[in-house]
Ligand binder design. Structure first.
Ligand code: ZN
Length: 98
């Protein structure tokens, strides 16, 4: 099964559909993170200052079902940078541990 969650460069990230961000729950995951809102649910999200600016920002919780629906049907392209991927992995691990 092809996986379209791609990890690519900053430049490639600019023409993606979404940038996946983690939710902001009152604590920055990393110092220097910027705060925005999810394009779907409006929840506050945090992202790295180097995140691509062009694509809509979406929280992880919205992104997962969106990706499930869209893979195969549409040519949805979701991009996370290697840095974000590491952060998301750490976030999920922490979430699982709790
Ligand atoms: Zn959302």
């Amino acid at each position: 099964m092809p996986n379209k969650l791609e990890i690519g460069t900053q430049e490639e990230g600019e023409d993606c559909d979404y940038v996946v961000c983690i939710r902001f729950t009152g604590l920055l995951a990393l110092p220097g993170n910027l705060i925005g809102t999810c394009c779907k649910c409006g929840y506050m999200i945090q992202y790295r200052p180097h995140a691509p600016k062009t694509p809509a920002k979406i929280c992880l919780e919205c992104a997962v079902p969106e990706m499930d629906d869209s893979f195969g049907e549409h040519d949805l392209k979701v991009m996370i940078t290697p840095k974000t991927a590491a952060e998301v992995a750490a976030y999920l691990q922490k979430k699982k541990a709790n």
